[in-house]
Design a protein around this ligand. Structure first.
Ligand code: MSP
Length: 503
């Protein structure tokens, strides 16, 4: 089986989970589930980023020990991944020993390769971004992200990033799809072309981190620590079997705000360590809430747990994946979510399932003979999902998740049209055999659509396939090549996606 390795960023535990975290996790989960159903050997990683000054400060504010804070908040992130039904294969926490050992290993390779030297750092640092800034980057005394900065002066180890400008540009040239979307790749190239300064990679003014091997006054810069998670989960520096297997197929899905770390620092660290950079970094956009930037101070943070409770998991997953082209910014609004839920899930899909399956239950006792001969219209519809799968696969490889949804809904539209054209309900009296044939075609296409929607609509797809008594082993994409057997018994359906009526 071909390997596929997909990762979310590891989430900071200074704060509670919000829609931005849910968004990346859902996107990676959709891709991981899709690839599994398509026969790939998938490894899907998520986790939490638990070191650094930001977390140390949050713990001090809460008057608890950092380890107690991270244990508490990490649990909330684990809860979120459960509520989203994330199918990750591993959840890494940077306070785990397996990770600390991998980071020390990375450090020692960089030292051995003479990529690290001891110096003195003096300059601006933003704790919120956990990032250093040049004086020239500041806007009205703040970081370009709007975060406050403070002047830092302390001894520090440096990574010789300036040496990696040309190797990075050469690497970008050889790997034209390394960063996507392309517009973001251009931003990164321009940044690298403008020249790189060596990077401070240790701090002495706080202690919540992994101590520098051999110089324990220093803790390792939280981004060098955090980025290494993608490799520590594969046994880097320990048993590297998984690393060899999955690393060449690694895809990091991140938000656009952390692209510099993933698109510049991370490949530079890896090249300096004599390791291969990841295969791809995909930066998605940011959500606003009803047109406004989401922030704690505005008080408009969207709680993913509450959304799932109100609208159901499938609606939340579908809306976030379908509403906005993956890679672009998007605006969240309850009206838009309800609109999608009612039009695409309730009216188009749920209704089709309900009408067809209950008709089969009432008029045929849930049992249909396989037709002896198919009309051209029958054949066109019943064979459509297989052709669409090729397109969806292509979209998955481009991480065009919104288009994956669009393509699947083309089949739903065609199935609804077929139903309206063939009018099985009027055939009941005039031509019952033709009615059965039409219902068989519709039932089989519903089975195929439900197989295709599994990566996105977890609960509903499972319910439909259960009602249709489809063997769990017959739910992968290879099963689109088969058809429903003759006289297969289908149960009476219950409404899968009821319309949402706003109070
Ligand atoms: N800990 C770092 C990542 C280290 S990866 C080696 C971090 N954590 S974070 O918790 O602050 O952010 C995690 C992700 O959430 C980022 O990819 C960020 O882009 C994303 N989002 C935060 N707010 C968001 C929105 N409003 N909309 C979409 N995604 C957003 O950064």
């Amino acid at each position: 089986m071909k390997p596929y390795y997909i990762t979310t960023p590891i989430y900071y535990v200074n704060d509670m989970p919000h829609i931005g975290h849910a968004y990346t996790t859902i996107a990676c989960d959709v891709l991981a589930r899709f690839k599994r159903l398509d026969g790939f050997d998938v490894k899907f990683l998520t986790g939490t980023d638990e070191h650094g000054q930001k977390v140390e400060k949050a713990a001090a504010n809460a008057q608890i020990a950092p380890q107690d804070l991270v244990d508490k908040v990490a649990t909330r992130f684990i809860d979120l991944s459960k509520s989203l039904k994330s199918s990750h294969d591993d959840f890494i926490r940077t306070t785990q020993e397996r990770h600390k050992q991998a980071v020390r290993h990375m450090w020692s390779i960089l030292v051995k390769n003479k990529a690290i030297y001891l110096g003195h750092y003096e300059g601006w640092y933003s704790v919120r971004d956990e990032a250093f800034y040049q004086e020239s980057e500041l806007v009205n005394g703040l970081a370009p992200t709007g975060a406050p900065v403070e002047w830092v002066r302390e001894p520090s180890y440096f990574f010789n990033l300036s040496q990696w400008q040309q190797p990075l540009l050469d690497f970008f040239e050889r790997n034209p799809n390394f960063i996507e979307p392309a517009s973001r790749f251009n931003e990164v190239k321009r940044f690298v072309e403008s020249g790189l300064n060596d990077l401070s990679i240790s701090r002495t003014s706080f202690s919540w981190g992994i101590p520098v091997p051999g110089d324990e006054k220093h803790v390792i810069y939280v981004w060098l620590d955090a980025l290494t998670n993608y490799m520590s989960a594969l046994g880097f520096g320990a048993d590297e079997t998984q690393l060899k297997q999955y690393w060449p197929e690694s895809i990091h899905v991140i938000g656009k705000d952390i692209l510099r770390f993933h698109g510049v620092f991370w490949p530079a660290f890896l090249m300096a360590a004599g390791l291969q950079p990841p295969k791809k970094v995909f930066a998605h956009g940011w959500w606003t809430n009803e047109g406004q930037k989401i922030s704690k101070s505005v008080g408009n943070v969207i709680d993913p747990f509450g959304l799932i409770e109100t609208f159901g998991l499938d609606a939340v997953r579908y809306f976030l994946m379908r509403e906005v082209p993956f890679g672009s910014d998007g605006d969240f609004s309850k009206d838009a979510l309800i609109g999608r839920l009612n039009s695409d899930l309730a009216n188009a899909w749920g209704n089709l399932v309900q009408r067809v399956l209950s008709f089969i239950g009432k008029s045929c006792d849930g049992v249909l003979p396989a037709p002896k001969q198919l009309t051209p219209a029958d054949r066109e519809l019943i064979e459509l999902p297989r052709a669409v799968l090729d397109k969806v696969r292509d979209c998955a490889d481009k991480l065009a998740i919104h288009k994956m949804c669009e393509e699947i809904w083309v089949i739903i539209g065609r199935a609804n049209k077929y139903m309206d054209d063939e009018k099985p309900w009027s055939l009941k009296k005039t031509d019952p055999q033709r009615m059965e044939e039409c219902l068989y075609v519709l039932a089989d296409v519903i089975r195929q659509i439900a197989i295709l929607t599994q990566p996105i609509l977890i609960d509903g797809s499972e319910k439909i396939l259960d009602i249709m008594a489809i063997d769990p082993k017959e739910r992968n994409f290879a099963s689109l090549n088969n058809h429903l057997p003759s006289n297969h018994k289908i149960a009476m359906p219950e409404p899968i996606y009821p319309r949402y009526a706003a109070e």
